[in-house]
Each structure stands twice: as C-alpha cells, then as structure tokens.
Design a protein around this ligand. Structure first.
Ligand SMILES: [Zn+2]
Length: 188
C-alpha cells in the first residue's frame, strides 16, 4: 500500500462554487460533503465494493475551503491547540490537500474517524484492513500517519477537466467499433 500524496501546490485550490465538486456519501445529512468529480468517482466505486463486504464507507470531511487568513492566524491556532507550532504542524497543514477535493476523511464505519485519539484502534480495525487490501485498485491511496485520510491522485489534465477521462474512453470504444466494421468488410 503506497502513498501517492496529493500536493496542493501542484493542483491549486478548488473554489467553493466549482462545477467539479459533486456530493458524496456523508456521515451526516446535516453536513453534506463534496469531492472533485474524479475523486468522487473513485470513492463511489470503492464504496460500492465495500458495501458488498458489509462496510458502509462514509465521509466525515471531503473538500474544504482554505482555513487560514494568513500564517499568523495558522500559527496562533497551533500554539493554542497543540502547545507549539512545531507540534501542531504534525497534525494540521497550512495548505491542505482537502482544498483540491482529491482528499477525504472517513468517519464511518467506526472506529474510523478523523481523530488522532483513536489511531491505534483504527489501524487494528477490520474496515481498515479492508481498505489496505482494496483501496489501491480504485486509485485510492493512503496517508499512513492518519488511517482515516485517503487520496485520489490524478493527472493534472484530468483534474482540470474531469470529463476528459470518460470522453477518451468513449472515443476509444467508438474507434474499436469502427475498426471492427472495417476489418469485417475487408475479410468478406
Ligand atoms: Zn484529511
């Protein structure tokens, strides 16, 4: 299970009202969650497979807006919450991959939850074992430090225009069909 980290500096932030953000299964109807279309497609396919094995994967936090007014706002939060900027940076990033819509935190099934208090229980859980075994085939990769946090790293062109992937697939199918017809004409 390899990490393939999503870097905000590479993709850039996705703004609040962006058509690339679509709804995904959330832990709570009161807190709807969205992901970038490509990540949503990967998550939903993985979710379907997990459901068949009895795990109802739900997202506690998908896309998030940038949280900090500036560096000082960020640093003062870390000092008050974690005691120091150095300690806080281990847990809270200034630039979060969540701002791309390509990262998500699972909040169900339990014990999965975005909290460092239960890291060990999460790592030892059957649902985590399922993810370790299966996530990769859906293009979903881990952040080992946080068992609840998963990412879908895609090519930049796919990120900018998520319909490209599907269009290419349709064109390929069409090309194969045409080639088949041409071939059958040549043969007969
Ligand atoms: Zn996260």
């Amino acid at each position: 299970m390899q990490e393939n980290r999503v870097k905000l500096a590479f993709f850039g932030r996705v703004p609040t009202e962006d058509p690339r953000l679509v709804p995904v299964a959330s832990v709570s109807p009161d807190r709807p969650q969205r992901l970038h279309k490509s990540a949503a497609r990967a998550f939903t396919a993985m979710r379907r497979a997990a459901l068949r094995d009895g795990y109802d994967l739900q997202i506690a936090s998908g896309w998030r807006p940038h949280r900090w007014r500036d560096r000082e706002h960020y640093n003062s939060h870390l000092r008050s919450r974690y005691g120091s900027v150095g300690e806080g940076r281990k847990w809270v990033a200034f630039d979060s991959p969540h701002e791309t819509g390509l990262a998500f935190d699972l909040g169900n099934p339990k014990p999965l939850a975005p909290t460092s208090a239960t890291v060990q229980a999460q790592r030892n859980s059957p649902v985590y074992a399922w993810l370790v075994e299966n996530a990769e085939r859906f293009g979903v990769t881990p952040y080992r430090r946080e068992p609840w946090h998963w990412e879908v790293n895609v090519p930049l062109s796919e990120f900018q225009n998520p319909s490209t992937g599907r269009t290419r697939k349709v064109l390929t199918i069409a090309a194969v069909a045409v080639a088949g017809v041409v071939l059958s004409l040549l043969v007969t």
